[in-house]
Design a protein around this ligand. Structure first.
Ligand code: SF4
Length: 758
């Protein structure tokens, strides 16, 4: 039931993983927007919001909001219809395709913005009703390499295994490939301690808004913000795709100068000798030759980090990575190198120090824990683990033998779409998906090598999109199902710190928009799911089932419920960090995921900090793994001599499906642009403000040129929030990391030419 008009309701921002705390107030009695949004004091944002958060209520009332199901008619246009007609059509076509080609002919693509409850229900629906292994989600584009690296080294993946507020007390922070000053501005306040101590190190080929916080003289004193103090840190601007070499060089210096924490390495890690051998050849001169990072700067940063480490009496240090270094064919290796450096300095598993990955999407953390990932079951369990299959099948009331195995990671899944043709058809081989259900993703804009993805989506026998606005992907669909969005629904999200928080309904959904939970329940019924295979539509009931399914897994939510989260919040508790196991009946406590817990009659208090006593590996030690720098898959060469890096702007979020519909944001940044250095612009004859064409071996993009010395002369930057001719993902590569399956969005080789006057 909705709160009465004028009553402020605590909830969270619909956008990024910071999940800033908001207070939402509806004024109308009929349940419709508008909604007043106010920031509140929550640990991640401490009363701050960015422009996206302040204007988030506008997304609820957009003029082209989807309010009725749409089905592509004989005219070729999407036409309004009833839920019964749309759902009957979807169910009958899914059933027919599965009957003809097998269950693998149906695939599901989820999203990192879905609530925990929806992500859980989607995974269960795919594996029990559709019985397809082919489910993955857009988190593969954003978190997979950090997850793979953390799982390998620590035995568990929680983006930040500590509260974000801990970072505020650190003396040094090494921030690699994360532009928080633009993507999540309220997070900048957590860098205050490092900035004050002169210990903020930003690694980014571009002098981003975050790099400008540093105001380092070596990277442009003219850019120093008025508020900045001298010596707030260092900006390293390596050649795109060489961050891994920089990390190997930093560890080389730490070891060569005797700065490592030898006691910690002996007591808490394994694999050090291999790693030490692997970095021995990465002397600073070689790192400079590969990355362009000056020898002196490399040494300065290694010493600065070491001085902040507890072993040298420092106040603490963090190594943090973001998409800039993770969206790479060597993303997992880069994360591993970052973890190796942190381990050598004795940081992870210590209060006030550590390694973490800054998750981007709103529920990027929870989205990968509850079963919509190709290789996972709920509780962040591995789908090929027999014990995990047994447990989850028991909760679902199905035979574990009927659960499919691991599916294809997102890029591979997208490459496989559509009926086989030519040689593929003659050769036979695995069944290719001919139907795709998309929930919470706008693949046309956000997938790499996007023009090929568009072609494959068009080749499908059936494309069904659940969304609340007609995204570019929805406009290609055969059936569009209108669903609820943030302030219209109850549920939970999990922040970048692993903090489980409540999302609350404050306004009524418009028209006939319904929750995906209801859509999945209706499809399950139409597809003949037995009554014993329940798909509850009440988010609290779904959460209770999710909690049971997660019990004993790495991401254990079994001690949580909506009621407990509500009660916790009512007593000023800002969410609970997983794992939160149910207190054992015998009161003996449990030991899971590297943290010893004791029984607690009030319920388990949650686990803000992981690894304080042991890592979640079988022997309790963090694994150091030797890695090496290879370079990007699509390196510069004659014909493609310029590096392209992509990223976000403050005013837009992901594919822009929401933020392009907010007038205040669109007014500020309405069009795509390409940043290039004046030296490059002059050389190729592209003036500031002129139209410029960017070409890769995949596709062609055009946008307005913006001259700036914030990019290297060998590199251009383009944000990825636009479609059509301004869609940079037409040019990016779909080459993937061999371990995580994450695509290399962040670097590829392009050519740049003026657009001739028409
Ligand atoms: Fe906070 Fe992110 Fe929302 Fe901005 S977009 S208000 S940083 S949660």
């Amino acid at each position: 039931m909705l709160a009465s008009p004028g009553t402020a309701v605590d909830s969270h921002c619909p956008y990024c993983a910071l999940q800033c705390g908001m207070s939402l107030t509806r004024t109308r009695a009929d349940g419709a927007p508008p909604l007043e949004v106010r920031p509140r004091d929550f640990p991640t944002n401490r009363g701050g919001l960015c422009q996206k958060g302040w204007t988030s209520a506008a997304v609820l009332g957009v003029s082209d909001r989807l309010v009725t199901p749409l089905v592509r008619g004989t005219s070729g246009e999407l036409e309004p219809t009833s839920w019964d007609v749309a759902l009957d059509l979807v169910a009958s076509r899914l059933a027919a395709l599965a009957a003809e080609h097998g269950p693998e002919a149906v695939a599901v693509f989820g999203g990192g913005g879905l609530t925990n409850e929806k992500a859980y229900a989607l995974g269960k629906f795919a594996r029990t009703v559709l019985r397809t292994p082919n489910i993955d989600y857009n988190g593969r584009f954003c978190m997979a390499s950090a997850a793979a690296g953390m799982n390998r080294s620590f035995g568990i993946d929680r983006g930040l295994p500590f509260p974000l507020s801990d970072v505020g007390g650190a003396q040094a922070v090494l921030l690699l490939g994360s532009n928080v000053a633009e993507t999540m501005p309220p997070a900048v306040q957590h860098l205050a301690g490092a900035r004050a101590a002169g210990g903020l190190v930003v690694v980014d080929p571009r002098r981003s808004a975050t790099a400008r916080l540093v105001g380092d003289p070596s990277t442009g004193a003219a850019e120093r913000p008025a508020s900045a103090q001298p010596g707030e840190g260092v900006h390293l601007a390596p050649v795109p795709g060489t961050d891994l070499a920089v990390l190997l060089g930093l560890l080389h210096v730490v070891l060569a100068e005797g700065l490592a924490d030898r006691t910690y390495l002996d007591e808490r890690t394994s694999g050090f000798d291999d790693v030490a051998r692997s970095v021995a050849g990465w002397w600073p001169e070689r790192v400079e030759a590969v990355s362009g990072v000056p020898i002196g700067e490399l040494r300065r940063v290694a010493r600065l980090l070491a001085a902040a480490a507890p072993v040298h009496g420092g106040a603490g240090a963090y190594v943090l990575t973001g998409r800039g270094v993770e969206q790479s064919t060597q993303g997992t290796a880069t994360v591993t190198a970052a973890i190796n450096l942190a381990l050598a300095l004795g940081l992870p598993g210590r209060v006030g120090s550590g390694y973490g990955a800054i998750t981007g999407q709103g529920n990027g953390q929870g989205g990968r824990e509850h079963g919509q990932k190709a290789d996972q079951l709920p509780g962040y369990r591995k789908i090929d683990d027999p014990a995990a299959r047994e447990h989850v099948a028991g909760v679902w009331g199905v035979d574990p033998e009927t659960l499919p195995g691991p599916g294809m990671p997102a890029v591979q899944l997208l490459r496989s779409l559509g009926a086989p043709t030519g040689e593929q058809a003659r050769a036979g081989g695995p069944v290719r998906p001919r139907a795709l259900l998309v929930h919470g993703s706008n693949l046309v804009v956000s997938a790499p090598d996007a023009s090929k993805v568009i072609g494959r989506l068009k080749s499908l026998d059936l494309l069904v999109v659940c969304d609340f606005v007609p995204s570019e992907t929805a406009l290609l669909a055969d059936v569009v199902l209108p669903v609820t969005q943030w302030a219209e629904e109850e549920g939970t999200m999990t922040s970048l710190e692993g903090r489980v928080i409540r999302r609350r309904a404050v306004v009524a959904p418009p028209g006939e928009a319904r929750s995906e939970l209801w859509v999945l329940a209706e499809l399950a019924r139409r597809l003949g799911a037995p009554q014993s295979l329940a798909f509850p539509t009440d988010p609290a009931a779904v959460f209770d089932e999710l909690a049971r399914a997660s019990a004993g897994g790495p991401a254990d939510y079994s001690g949580l419920s909506h009621a407990r989260l509500d009660a916790d919040e009512a007593s000023s508790g800002p969410g609970l960090f997983w794992p939160v196991p149910a207190t054992p009946a015998d009161g003996s406590g449990t030991q899971v995921t590297g943290v010893t817990r004791t029984s607690d009659t009030a319920g388990h208090p949650g686990t803000p900090r992981l690894f304080l006593e042991r890592f979640a590996t079988p022997d309790g030690r963090a694994r150091m793994v030797a890695v090496d720098h290879v370079g990007p898959s699509d390196d510069v060469r004659p014909g493609a001599p310029i590096y392209l890096v992509t990223g976000r702007v403050l005013q837009h979020y992901q594919s822009g499906a929401q933020t392009h519909r907010v007038a205040e944001l669109e007014r500020l940044v309405a069009e795509p642009y390409i940043e290039l250095h004046p030296v490059l612009g002059s050389r190729i004859g592209v003036a500031d403000g002129a139209r410029v064409r960017l070409t890769s071996s995949r596709g062609r993009v055009e946008a307005t040129a913006r001259w700036t010395d914030a990019v290297r002369p060998d590199t251009v930057f383009m944000p990825f929030h636009w479609s059509g001719i301004g869609s940079v993902n037409q040019a990016t590569t779909d080459a993937t990391d061999p371990i995580s399956g994450m695509p290399e969005f962040k670097v590829c080789a392009v050519d740049l030419t003026p657009v001739p006057d028409s």
